[in-house]
Design a binder for this molecule. Structure first.
Ligand SMILES: Nc1ncnc2c1ncn2[C@@H]1O[C@H](COP(=O)(O)OP(=O)(O)OP(=O)(O)O)[C@@H](O)[C@H]1O
Length: 237
């Protein structure tokens, strides 16, 4: 199967600090990947580099064989893109903005997801609760037609029913050949939908393993594996 994401020898500094070092990572077409790591590990930075939002790194990030920024922007739908919106903006205006800027944005798909997640379009961004905002981010991100979807900590501070709904929407609206990368610092929410687990530690990719392999090796699954790495009891060591 072809690699949709190919990262080679990627190193990134910010304000003279090394944030990520010598990242090498290949993600095959169609995979759902958990990008795990503690606070400050570099998950958001890696997603920004994959999406072509952060610049100035050494090394290459290719999406479907292309390493031009324009190709990345066209083929990567990144949840962090909502960060730039003015809080006083109404949701319906943000949706119009997505329709104008992204030719691959499907209003029909957005309406389906918004109905499923019960997103209210009449409100301003600043009036949304944390959970409502996460749902909006998911709706907008999944409504583009791209090869890669990057969801940066989509479960931050939201209730368990909403988490379940978000996971259902990821399963329901993921195209079979698309790659989805979901980042988090803990894993219990998303473990069941993952094909692969990538862990960032000490500024680099500490490990990449198939979820199946982890489940075969660890009785309590991905959560136990992840914790063992941070506690230093990885069975591979
Ligand atoms: N604009 C910036 N300037 C300087 N340092 C930065 C900047 N953005 C991020 N960093 C640093 O880069 C490192 C990685 O941050 P990043 O946000 O990518 O981590 P993360 O794994 O997403 O963390 P979290 O789980 O807390 O969201 C951190 O040490 C952070 O302090």
């Amino acid at each position: 199967m072809a690699n949709t994401i190919e990262i080679e020898n990627l190193t990134y500094h910010k304000n003279y600090r090394r944030i990520l070092e010598n990242i090498n990572l290949q993600i095959e077409q169609g995979k759902t990947v958990g990008l795990l790591g503690e606070n400050g590990a570099g998950k958001t930075t890696l997603m920004r580099l994959i999406a072509g939002v952060a610049k100035g790194a050494h090394g290459t990030v290719k999406i479907d064989g292309e390493d031009q920024v324009a190709a990345k922007k066209a083929e990567v739908s990144f949840s962090g893109q909502l960060d730039g919106f003015n809080p006083s903006m109404r949701i319906d205006k943000i949706i119009r903005f997505y329709e104008d800027v992204y030719s691959d944005f499907s209003t029909e798909r957005y309406n389906q997801i918004a109905g499923f997640l019960q997103i209210d379009e009449g409100l301003r961004l600043s009036a949304l609760s944390k959970g409502m905002k996460e749902k909006l981010v998911i709706g907008l991100t999944l409504s583009r037609d791209t090869k890669v979807y990057l969801l940066d900590e989509p479960f931050g501070g939201i209730d368990s029913m909403s988490r379940k709904k978000i996971i259902q929407s990821i399963i329901k609206w993921k195209a079979s050949d698309a790659v989805i990368v979901v980042s988090d610092h803990y894993v219990s929410e998303i473990a069941s939908i993952l094909d692969e687990v990538v862990i960032i530690k000490d500024k680099t990719i500490y490990t990449k393993k198939s979820a199946e392999e982890i489940r075969a090796q660890y009785a309590e699954g991905i959560e136990q594996y992840y914790e063992s790495i941070y506690e230093g009891n990885d069975m591979d060591d």
